[in-house]
Design a binder for this molecule. Structure first.
Ligand code: NAD
Length: 508
């Protein structure tokens, strides 16, 4: 395994091009600045030093990108599925061959620890391979017969689509949204998050170097309120695949109303992990700790509310506290680091404000340090655990999106279900019990799009991904992604010379 120093020197080599050239848009196969030349500065959460000047696009840039995606659409949509499949596999190969560069750049741009990001490229490539393999059958439909008629359903790509992604694990998430769009035959305009724009630039370059035709995938950088908004309002963009905050989802729905935009939203979460006394507590503690503190807690599926049966509350929270206090916080490129700096000073302040708020609300900060300052002025926060939490507190209701866990006791199953559901979100739930009947009963009541029983979050790509309530609209994964990026069309064929009603007075 490479040392911290080796990782840092390689990362600096990979970052040098961004320092000198900035981060440009990619429109119609060309790397271009914003038309008015505007840029904004992207900083590293490690030391707040500038990483790159990024194109600050506005509506005219989005117009050009949408035009390019519209022009490229007919040929891309008409390409046989087998050909698209081959091309998408070539993109996956190219992603894998640049795995180290992607991982190191992602770490410096987001603050995520290398131990997790080293797999980002492989997971991204896997997303491409998964949807590539399904591209040839994506148009298949059903044959529905009735006497005198056979109906044939087929699916067609919806058109050019917009993909808007957040700053947490941006590389993986971009591939998760863009790969199925391309496999379905859609062309894409991608607007990555302003806090972490670097790997989106690498990704589109990789795709074009692998042979993706110009204009099939366009990249427009900029802020949500101008570039993002213009994309959601654009009449030539037929759908928006969005991952981000629930509040932004609301805005996008309003912005897209005039053009009747189809939307798919993967939004926030305040996900419960429910631990009954009959559970394997060692495994449950490991999983709860993993699901809240990995990826800096900046994870939509994080298990951020720990609901524990009263009889084991003291013991179990002590197990979690002991594990949390041993987690190493440090530079993302240090192989020993588990928790790196949070994405940005603005977000760090949000998280540390919650640490102060929780104490003001009367909860006990059992682990953590609201005043912790990491090295080099980076956005570091220590893993935190609040005990003595009431589910009505704001720290139990609001998405903190950092390494902060709140632990709430429950008396019985009915109370556990009520507490688990008493929140506006419904993305995931994690249940720990050795009683299989209870597991059936409980998961049936739990308001969440995805539930894991006696497990941390392990993704299986054919399964549906998405949330209920304020956590999202729609599903992706498996065929669900194609349902979003494609339109279903029904064609009815007469199979006999049936009698057609005559309205001209001559019989019938
Ligand atoms: P955000 O909503 O602030 O930003 C996400 C993206 O939307 C960015 O690219 C931003 O520029 C853009 N945007 C902002 N305002 C816009 C507007 N008015 N019109 C169009 N685009 C706009 O989210 P974030 O802070 O970058 O990411 C964190 C959030 O994402 C958390 O709430 C997290 O739970 C959520 N998330 C959800 C999932 C999921 O699968 N459910 C996955 C990852 C992250």
């Amino acid at each position: 395994m490479a040392t911290f120093e080796e990782n840092l020197s390689k990362a600096n080599r990979f970052l040098a091009r961004f320092v000198s050239d900035g981060v440009l848009n990619q429109i119609g196969g060309e790397a271009v600045p914003a038309q008015d030349g505007a840029t904004f500065e992207s900083i590293s959460p490690v030391d707040l030093k500038p990483l790159a000047k990024v194109a600050r696009s506005t509506a005219p840039d989005v117009d050009l990108a949408a035009e390019a995606a519209k022009a490229a659409f007919p040929a891309w949509a008409a390409m046989p599925g087998e050909a698209r499949k081959k091309l998408l596999h070539r993109i996956a190969d190219a992603i894998e061959s640049r795995a180290e560069e992607i991982a190191l750049v992602e770490c410096m741009d987001t603050g995520q620890a290398l131990r997790f990001m080293s797999k980002a490229a492989l997971r991204g490539a896997e997303n491409f391979r998964f949807f590539a393999d399904r591209a040839p059958a994506s148009r298949d439909g059903q044959s529905l017969r009735t006497p005198g008629q056979v109906n044939m359903t087929t699916r067609v790509p919806i058109g050019p689509v917009g993909v808007i992604t957040p700053w947490n694990t941006p590389f993986m998430l971009s591939t998760w949204k863009i790969a199925p769009a391309l496999a379905a035959g859609c062309t894409v305009v991608h607007k990555p998050a302003e806090f972490s724009p670097l790997t989106a630039r690498l990704l589109v370059e990789i795709a074009e170097e692998a042979g993706l035709p110009k204009g099939v995938w366009n990249l427009v950088n900029g802020f949500g309120e101008d570039a993002g908004k213009a994309l959601t309002e654009h009449p030539d963009i037929k759908a928006i695949g969005f991952v981000g905050e629930s509040r932004t989802g609301t805005q996008i729905m309003k912005q897209g109303a005039d053009t009747l935009k189809r939307v798919h939203f993967e939004l926030g979460g305040k996900n419960p992990v429910i631990v009954f006394a009959d559970a394997d507590l060692e495994r449950a503690a490991d999983a709860a700790v993993f699901m809240i503190y990995s990826l800096n807690g900046e994870r939509c599926t994080s298990s951020s509310r720990l609901l524990v049966e009263e009889s084991i509350y003291e013991r179990f929270t002590a197990m979690v506290a002991e594990r949390a206090s041993r987690i190493k916080v440090g530079h993302p490129l240090d192989p020993a680091t588990v928790v790196g700096p949070l994405i940005h000073p603005v977000h760090r302040k949000k998280v540390t404000d919650y640490l102060a708020l929780g104490q003001a609300e009367g909860a006990t900060l059992a682990v953590g340090d609201a005043g912790f300052e990491g090295p080099d002025g980076g956005c570091y926060v220590r893993p935190a655990l609040f005990t003595g939490v009431d589910n009505r507190m704001r720290i139990a209701q609001e998405e903190i999106f950092g390494p902060v866990l709140v632990a709430i006791p429950f008396r019985n199953e009915a109370e556990a279900a009520a507490l688990a559901n008493d929140v506006r979100y419904g993305l995931t739930g994690y249940l720990w019990t050795s009683d299989v009947t209870r597991a059936f009963r409980f998961t049936d009541q739990l308001e969440a799009g995805m539930i894991w029983v006696n497990s941390e979050n392990i993704r299986h790509l054919p399964t549906p991904f998405g949330g209920v309530k304020s956590s999202g609209i729609g599903r992706d994964g498996g065929d669900w992604s194609f349902e979003f990026y494609m339109e279903t069309k029904n064609i009815a064929f007469a199979t006999s010379a049936h009698k057609i009603p005559k309205l001209d007075g001559h019989g019938g």
